[in-house]
Design a protein around this ligand. Sequence first.
Ligand code: NAD
Length: 355
Amino acid sequence: MKKYNISIIKGDGIGPEIVDEAIKVLDAVSYSCGFSLEYKEYLMGGIAIDVTGAPLPEETVEGVLNSDACLFGAIGGEKWDTLPRELRPETGLLSFREKMGVYANLRPAIIYDELVNASTLKPEVIEGVDIMVVRELIGGIYFGKPRANDGETAYNTMIYTKSEIVRIGKKAFELAMKRDKRVCSVDKANVLEVSQLWRDTMEELALDYPSVELSHMYVDNAAMQLVRNPRQFDVIVTGNIFGDILSDTASMVVGSIGLLPSASTGDKTAIYEPIHGSAPDIAGQGIANPIATIESAGMMLRYSLGESEAADKIDTAIKKALKEGYRTKDLAAFDAKEVVTTAEMGDIIANNINK
Ligand code: NAD
């Protein structure tokens, strides 16, 4: 029997509640598909500060690097907001991603037929939307040096090397090969030199993927097009800051923040996590939506473990739960037949695996 080592970081706020439900579903699907998952838990974020004094203990870094993949909940909360920036949970998260070398952030935005009314956009605009945003995660203006703020003048540096662009570009083209074979590269090449290098490099790379259609779009237009006609996109590839903004826009096209998974992948390991935060306002009440985390576990099976059949089963089980009208509180207003708790939603999806 195939066995995989999974590192688990539950984190703070609703993190433990939603990760427990994802584990429930992973157990059901691994049993049903005949492989086994061994979990090892590590601390990070506020809880790590409370227990060890640091937001990112060295043991966590090593444990995750030695695992096949990491399932992550969410970190942060008011309790730690007054700490100096270098000790805060969010600083631990940025440093974690950098240490893991996870340069590609994958954010799918898929619309569930049952929830077309949950979006603020009209159903006829969003029906059938299936976008994958591939965002460069550990380069660009968020990490570029020099950077400074002396109280009078402040600056940051937007920098990409050709090799950084090639590695993220390859991820996008390879994903497109398994999808609708269209990549839209988003930049600001009319103004920025760094974007011109980005665009030229994507053009060169496209020669290696003749079956994939490459197009380019300026970021301001892309923001507009995502809302005007999101169905036109298959894979979007872009740099760190543009991707940060566009992936949030793409996610709101879909409706609830509690539905959206993500993967941060590199050459060493990968981290799978919901796009939302630790939602301290609803923590401990059993009302958080666990679907984004369960979907993230599905992405882990698909992209890190190559267990696509199991990932498909998770997708089907989630769709069935939604089709049958089960909703957590955040989606109660959208055709709910029964409003269920976080744990009940996990049970329903896990039970659907074997149906
Ligand atoms: P948030 O995503 O935690 O919450 C925003 C709103 O969405 C809240 O009203 C919350 O109740 C709701 N929400 C989020 N997830 C939900 C779910 N699964 N089900 C139902 N409702 C859900 O963002 P925030 O309030 O800006 O941040 C709270 C904390 O999370 C902060 O400390 C922030 O730094 C941290 N954060 C962590 C991550 C991460 O761990 N990757 C990401 C973003 C924010």
